[in-house]
Structures are given as C-alpha cells and as structure tokens.
Design a protein around this ligand. Structure first.
Ligand code: SF4
Ligand code: SF4
Length: 356
C-alpha cells in the first residue's frame, strides 16, 4: 500500500477560521467604507451588512497578561474576534454601531490608544531584534515603543498630509522594509576578529564568499587557520558576522543609528521608492533613544507643515528637492550622504547622491 505523504505545513494557519462571521460572509463583497473617526473603520457590504472596526495601538512586545486582557475586552465589549495588523495594531470588529463607543472607552481606560488609521502616524513596523534574532545591533522594538510614546498625538489624530509609515531595522543587511521614515543600524567600524574561535566556529570559504566587496581573505594567525579583513575595502555592512560570530561587528560606540526618508512599498499615486539616507552617526542610545527621536520629530514637523494634502513623504521631497529638504529640516548634509563606494554606479538611484 502506498503511503501518502502529507505536506508539512509550517506557514500561518487558515485565517478564515478566526474571522468575524460578517467578514467571512461578505468576503469580497464590500460596497463602500468610511472612517467615522480616527481609529474606526466602517465597512458596508453589498447586501447591507455593516461592520465597525476599532483599531488600537499596543506596546508591541506583549506579555501574556496583556494578551489575556485584550482577549477579555474582545469577549466583553466586542464579539469575541480580534486581529493584529502587520504593524501590531489590534483590531476589534463589531456588527452594531452602539458597541463602538463602549469598546473605545474600555480600551482607553486600559491604556490602549485608538488611532493609526488614515493620515496618521501608524505603529512602527520593526524587525525582530534581541528577542528572536542572533545578529541584531539594537533593540528595534524598544525604539518603536519609545518613539511611539513621543508620537502618541500623531497616532490618535489624522493630521498628517498623508499616512506615515515608519520602520526600524536592527541590522543593515537582512529583514526590514521601506518606510516614509526608516531608522536603521549603521556599523561604522570593520569587524573585530577573535582568531582563537574562527577555526572551530566558521566555515571560512562561506565567510569569504559572503563579503560583497571581497575584503575577507583566509589567513594563518598564531599558527591557526583564521581570516583577515582588508579594512580599506570593508564597507562595515556586517554580512560576515551571521555566518562567523567571532567576526564581531556590533559595538556600543561605533554601531550607530541612521535615518532614511522617502521610501514606500505601495504603488498608489506614484511608484514604490527606496528610502534615502538623511542622518547618520546617531547614538544607539537605549532605553529611549532621544537623539533618534529628535531627528524623527524634526522631519515629521517639516513634512506636516510643508507637504501638500495627500503627498507622501517621498513625493514631497521629490517636489521640493533634496537641498530644500535639508534646509527645512535643518539637518546637516555630511560626507556620509555621499555613496563613494566604487560600485556606486549601480546604486545611483538608491542613495541621496550628488549628481554630476
Ligand atoms: S534586521 Fe537583521 S538583526 Fe534585525 S531581526 Fe532582521 S536579520 Fe535579525
Ligand atoms: S563587514 Fe561587510 S564588507 Fe566588511 S568584511 Fe564583513 S562582509 Fe566584508
């Protein structure tokens, strides 16, 4: 008898089983929607069914007690259904208008702000950080929490010219996306090699192949096989550190934060764009990262005061030009804004270049 081998499912479970019954019933059959107030979405189906969705911000990394509290709120004030957005907002769906205000009152009483819809600064998307990854140089979720505490008013109101999507990344090379404003780690010194450990821990050919600028060579150090880095070539990307932890690149002083502006994933109104570097060398300063927060707030203020209605951050900068952006935001233009890597020809549209 042939044994049927069932596939191993390691992806997300089928979401229909967790969906609010009205969302399931009207899937693909919505007629129109509006936003009665910041943080509340109202959807009307073709056959007349109505659903109100209340969106609340969370502290991002949640303990089990907070999750239970949110579930209890869903059971008592909504209809037992919740979902998390990709930015870790939580959404409660209800089928009657009169359930909306009590739900909002309860969420606010428990300290969860209502907002994140429309032209607001929604929750900041971030990479895994120390909780789940082996190579982060900062606590990306901590940056999110501290920054959202400061941007609370922009979350609960819809007063920006268009939606603002902020991202943070805790290394320079792997996950993380484009954002209107993006806060990324930037290493500024080559890795320090622990030669005693390399032979036992690293596959040297893999590490050599990993370097994008061919700066790593095999070497014998103190009679042991190890590696060496040509520091004139090294662009401090950190790509060698994941396959070879003895090539430590994280450094409390020299791993800095950099802020990038004008990226966007959507193709609404204009094509998707890469964000571009506007501020570098910002201290990686937990637990509140005040220097990074000050730069982000400065950029948001300039955008809010100067952009046209419905202009995304990148569209605004394209219209006024980068020189004007630096004037308005009062950010210094430094040598770090110039991509002087010899492979830069291929990246001309990805960095904030001096153009000839
Ligand atoms: S950005 Fe880098 S360090 Fe952070 S979770 Fe992703 S791979 Fe890990
Ligand atoms: S940090 Fe990047 S450029 Fe420098 S040696 Fe490692 S892989 Fe190469």
């Amino acid at each position: 008898m042939t044994q049927v081998r069932t596939p191993i499912e390691s992806g997300v479970p089928d979401h229909f089983q967790y969906m609010h019954p009205l969302l399931k019933k009207n899937y693909g059959n919505w007629d129109w929607h509006d936003r009665p107030r910041p943080g509340v979405l109202h959807h009307v189906a073709i056959d007349g069914d109505e659903v109100w969705t209340v969106r609340a911000g969370t502290q991002r990394q949640m303990d089990v007690y907070t999750i239970r509290k949110l579930c209890d709120i869903a059971d008592q004030y909504a209809e037992g259904y919740v979902r998390f957005t990709i930015r870790s907002n939580i959404e409660f769906m209800v089928s009657h208008h009169h359930m909306v205000q009590p739900l909002i009152n309860k969420l606010m009483e428990e300290g969860f702000p209502i907002g994140g819809t429309g032209n607001s600064v929604s929750m900041i998307a971030h990479t895994q950080g120390f909780l789940h990854c082996d190579i982060p140089a900062t606590d990306a979720s901590g940056v999110v929490k501290s920054l959202m505490d400061e941007l609370h008013q922009e979350f609960v109101k819809e007063e920006m010219p268009n939606r603002v999507r902020i991202t943070t990344s805790c290394c320079q090379i792997n996950c993380g996306g484009q954002g209107d404003i993006s806060i990324n780690i930037q290493h500024t010194k080559p890795p320090k090699i622990n030669h005693d450990l390399v032979a036992g821990v690293c596959e040297r050919p893999t590490v050599v192949a990993r370097c994008p600028v061919a700066a790593i060579r095999p070497a014998m150090v103190n009679g042991k096989p190890s590696l060496e880095v040509d520091e004139r070539k090294c662009i401090c990307c950190g790509a060698c550190y994941p396959p070879c932890p003895p090539m430590q690149i994280n450094d409390p002083e020299n791993s800095k934060l950099a802020i990038w502006v004008g990226g966007k994933n959507s193709n609404a109104r204009s094509k998707p764009t890469f964000h571009k570097l506007v501020a570098a060398g910002i201290p990686n300063n937990p637990p509140r990262w005040p220097e990074a927060a000050a730069v982000v707030k400065k950029i948001l203020k300039a955008y809010k005061e100067n952009a046209h209605d419905y202009e995304r951050m990148g569209e605004w900068v394209e219209r006024i030009g980068w020189p004007r952006f630096f004037e308005i935001t009062d950010l210094p233009f430094t040598k770090f804004h110039i991509d002087n890597w010899r492979g830069a020809r291929a990246t001309l549209n990805q960095s904030m270049h001096l153009r000839f």
